[in-house]
Design a protein around this ligand. Structure first.
Ligand code: TYD
Length: 135
């Protein structure tokens, strides 16, 4: 698995008349060991969050419910991913600027992270990130 590029990963889907089931295994469907899990919910429709980068942290983002866009910028190239199915996840490499945008009402964003929460791992200055001063 190429772990330098953002990438949509399709998760297993066990179809069942009683309701479908998907799952995620570390080092299998996500290319890292999962250290932390958080989720973003009760986001007002159309709202944005998470405009920053991480120096070391890698992420895997799933729209468990509803939809939102994840905008990715590695300093050379920008990409936008629309997440709207609970069996697709977006892998976000380290050293990537990312923003979550256009949340639908009642959406639920699940984020798996490769590191513990550490404010010092955040990259907040987009201009410095783009200039390569801070990345
Ligand atoms: P943050 O990552 O800054 O989200 P956003 O960029 O969308 O504002 O997190 C918001 C707040 O939540 C911030 O005060 C730090 C706290 N937080 C934790 O304490 N632990 C975590 O794992 C995360 C992701 C955030």
């Amino acid at each position: 698995m190429n772990i330098q590029e953002p990438k949509i990963i399709e998760l297993p889907k066990i179809l069942d008349e009683r309701g479908n089931l998907s799952f995620i295994e570390q080092n299998n469907h996500v290319p890292f060991k999962i250290k932390r899990v958080y989720w973003i919910y009760d986001v007002p429709g159309g709202e944005s969050r998470g405009a920053h980068g991480y120096r070391e942290n890698e992420e895997f983002v799933v729209a468990l419910s509803g939809s939102f866009d994840v905008l990715i910028d590695n300093g050379k190239e920008k990409k936008s991913f629309h997440l709207n199915r609970s069996y697709y996840g977006l892998y976000v490499p380290k050293n990537t600027w990312r923003m979550m945008d256009n949340f639908s009402t009642n959406s639920l964003a699940l984020v798996l992270s490769s590191t513990d929460y550490d404010i010092n791992d955040y990259i907040f200055d987009y201009d410095n990130f783009i200039k390569g001063v801070d990345r």
